[in-house]
Design a protein around this ligand. Structure first.
Ligand SMILES: [Zn+2]
Length: 247
């Protein structure tokens, strides 16, 4: 497994092994242990030892808008209102945060150019190639080399539990040659979709090296004692967060 769990003062969160080896990068994926809607940003502030105003959150609309955050106030006033499913920066002291309760968290890191990013990949974001768009943005904006980019696919609903209908199946079939490999037929017009593998394949099509992709293999629905799950808990309002900062 590419992820480790840490527990501190009643707060538990996951970190990515390949990111842990990189200096000056703080990051986490939260759990339901010690985390709820009210204390989420405070917890991040505590764990990262940053002020609340240095935290920048996404405004997720299942789209593929990626915000390059260089100025926190400009982002909050001008960019956030338009919907943001991907965040990126090379600035220090800006904590990027995205929200999840079954959708796929994608973490990006270029240790060479010191660029960090997060993206929200539900089936819509995945099929619209938000992973590939993040990679392109890193290359265009920060001159990242594809050989350096590390990506991690965090805890989210797994192929074991993620049942979808023909509408979702058709969207992937239209766009990706590999669609057959990510769906398992279950019953009439129902499939189980492997969003982990879909995102991995999409990232590899963008040139990311397989050995640079970590997958947690943790299903939020199966592990309901550790994570909140929108599907398992029928529309629960609680969320996990992905957070990352360049120190
Ligand atoms: Zn599962």
């Amino acid at each position: 497994m590419g992820f480790d769990i840490t527990s501190k003062e009643g707060i538990s969160y996951y970190t990515i092994k390949s990111f842990d080896n990189v200096e000056d990068v703080a990051h986490l994926f939260s759990t339901r242990m010690g985390w709820n809607k009210k204390n989420t940003l405070e917890n991040i502030s505590k764990v990262f030892d940053v002020k609340l105003e240095n935290i920048v959150v996404s405004n997720q609309v299942h789209g593929t808008n990626i915000a390059v955050v260089e100025d926190i106030n400009f982002y909050k006033e001008k960019v956030y209102p338009n919907g943001v499913d991907g965040l990126m920066t090379d600035k220090t002291d800006i904590v990027l945060v995205t929200y999840y309760a079954d959708c796929v968290p994608l973490f990006f890191l270029d240790p060479n150019k010191k660029v960090i990013g997060l993206a929200h990949g539900g089936w819509r974001g995945t099929v619209q190639n938000i992973g590939g768009k993040m990679i392109n943005t890193m290359k265009e904006k920060y001159n990242s080399s594809i050989d350096d980019i590390l990506v991690a696919i965090g805890p989210s609903i797994g192929p074991c539990c993620y049942e979808v209908g023909i509408d979702v199946y058709d969207e992937f079939k239209k766009r990706f040659k590999f669609y057959n490999e990510i769906f398992k037929f279950t019953s009439k017009n129902k499939w189980h979709l492997n969003l982990w593998d879909a995102n991995k394949k999409i990232l590899m099509e963008s040139g990311v090296h397989e050995e640079n992709i970590s997958i947690s293999n943790l299903c939020t629905s199966c592990n309901n004692d550790i994570f909140y799950s929108y599907r398992k808990e029928m529309g629960i309002k609680e969320r996990m967060v992905a957070a990352i900062e360049m120190k």
